[in-house]
Design a protein around this ligand. Structure first.
Ligand code: BG6
Length: 467
């Protein structure tokens, strides 16, 4: 582990391969499901792609240097599976390995600890066409790919994340249907999520078998689940929502088995669980994580289920009034408190939710360290006449979340790091380039020029004030 970050709290920011790299066909890279989707006629909401995006593939040195100059001692990024093994299974593409070697060495050269995610939504299209995560073959392929990552980068990378967001990804892919394969079928969602978790456990086993140093975790989007009414029916709805969003993933990777009442509910709802095979329980138990990565964006207000079919809807238009909705038949419905502010994508701004979430996670998993692997807020942003971006709303958002995180730490929760989403503006899945999260503005129309926002300088000052 590099000296500067060794044992220190990780203060950083994050990106993901498809969202920032560009160079979609360069140096032997294979085609991913997102490359294919964004070029297909299904990409209708904001029909753009990340073929180039902010062209990080050719600007990574500038981005990492800027991150380090901003006082950050850690950087979370993801590896594109398609750069390492272009079709998901088969020979290693040495040019892809060389690229990530350069990225990792650049981080270490600047005293920045890399936290590497091995899968962040972009699946080799060849595997996607054979069923993707619905097909158990993908678990085996993923474990083999993860082993390659450990072998090639494990001498220098000491923080690994197996999978990004089994919850949100499968919700979007198989419930809301806005991500490929654009399906609305919860049965298929549970199957894909199960295989993501099984694949993660297999990768953890490879990591342990190889005797690599460092920590391996899984990153999930977790939510503080709250209600406006405190009675039995609301408490029951909150419990169901906690199972649906959080514990189906978190219990499985932290404790090594899904919650019993979650499985009972799936059986009661009539889902076919024949994809669970003999011996899987042992794989899950021996593949538990060293830390849980927490992507913290929202709390969810919930209420009891009343009527109607299961229905999940995301807000991808960026227009106020386009609402996120969730009704899960016989489980719960999303509620709302109109007095809480939201951004243009109907995301609640509620910093205390991070404290509530961490306390709840600590109650469930008292022996597990947490890393806040993403926390951020998306806005429509433009350069002003002097060519700057003033983003006081982001400074307020991040500083309040950090304050609530530190309060939870004072009360005994073991948090090891905090990463702003995102290092710079990147492609936002389905929302395109309109929704900006970066500490650094990307001028997409002017050669992808990097322009630090006020929040970049604020974060730098905040980190240095701690020393
Ligand atoms: C997380 C993802 O769910 O949220 C990121 O891990 C993503 O990849 C971030 O960009 C923000 O979501 P969105 O859809 O607003 O870009």
């Amino acid at each position: 582990m590099n000296e500067k970050a060794k044992g220190a709290f990780l203060w950083g920011s994050a990106t993901a391969a498809y969202q920032c790299e560009g160079a979609w066909q360069e140096d032997g890279k294979g085609i991913s499901n997102w490359d294919a989707f964004c070029h297909s006629d299904k990409n209708v909401v904001n029909p753009v792609n990340a073929d180039v995006s902010c062209d990080y593939y050719h600007h990574y040195e500038e981005d990492i240097k800027m991150l380090a100059n901003g006082g950050q001692n850690a950087y979370r990024f993801s590896i594109a599976w398609t750069r390492i093994i272009p079709d998901g299974i088969g020979a290693v593409n040495e040019a892809g390995v060389a690229f990530y070697n350069r990225v990792i060495d650049c981080c270490l050269g600047h005293g920045v600890e890399p936290l590497v995610t091995m899968y962040h939504y972009d699946l080799p299209q060849a595997l996607f066409e054979r069923g993707g995560w619905e097909n158990r073959e993908t678990c085996e392929a993923y474990a083999a790919y993860a082993k390659t990552c450990f072998e090639r980068f494990g001498d220098r990378v000491h923080y690994w994340a197996t999978i990004n967001e089994p919850n949100y990804e499968t919700q979007c892919c198989y419930a809301a249907g806005n991500y490929p394969p654009n399906v609305q079928d919860l049965g298929r969602r549970w199957r894909a999520m199960y295989h993501l978790l099984l694949g993660s456990a297999m990768a953890v086993a490879e990591f342990r078998a190889g005797g690599y140093q460092g920590m391996i975790g899984l990153v999930n989007d977790s939510y503080s689940i709250e209600t406006l009414v405190d009675d039995e029916s609301y408490r029951k709805a909150a419990h169901c929502a906690d199972l649906f969003y959080n514990r189906c993933v978190n219990d499985t990777c932290v404790l090594g088995e899904p919650p019993r009442d979650f499985v009972e509910k799936l059986v009661a709802d009539g889902y076919d669980l024949s994809y669970v095979l003999d011996g899987d329980d042992e794989i899950l138990r021996s593949g538990t994580v060293d830390y849980l990565g927490v992507n913290a964006y929202l709390r969810y207000l919930v209420k009891p289920y009343t009527q109607g079919e299961t229905h999940l809807k995301m807000s991808n238009s960026g227009k106020k009034g386009d609402r996120v909705e969730a009704v899960v038949k016989n489980w719960f419905e999303l509620d709302r408190d109109e007095s809480i502010p939201t951004n243009d994508w109907d995301m609640e701004i509620y910093p205390k939710g991070l404290y509530n979430l961490l306390m709840a996670l600590h109650d469930l998993y008292p022996d597990t360290p947490f890393i806040i692997t993403e926390n951020g807020i998306g806005y429509h942003e433009h350069l002003d006449e002097l060519g700057n971006v003033h983003d006081p709303y982001r400074i307020e958002f991040q500083s309040q979340h950090i304050a609530w995180m530190r309060e939870a730490m004072r009360e005994g929760v073991d948090v090891r790091g905090y990463f702003v989403w995102s290092t710079m503006d990147v492609y936002s899945w389905i929302n395109g380039y309109a929704k900006r999260y970066g500490l650094v503005y990307i001028d997409y129309d002017n050669g992808n020029k990097r322009i630090p926002k006020d929040s970049y300088y604020w974060y730098k000052g905040f980190i240095s004030s701690l020393e």
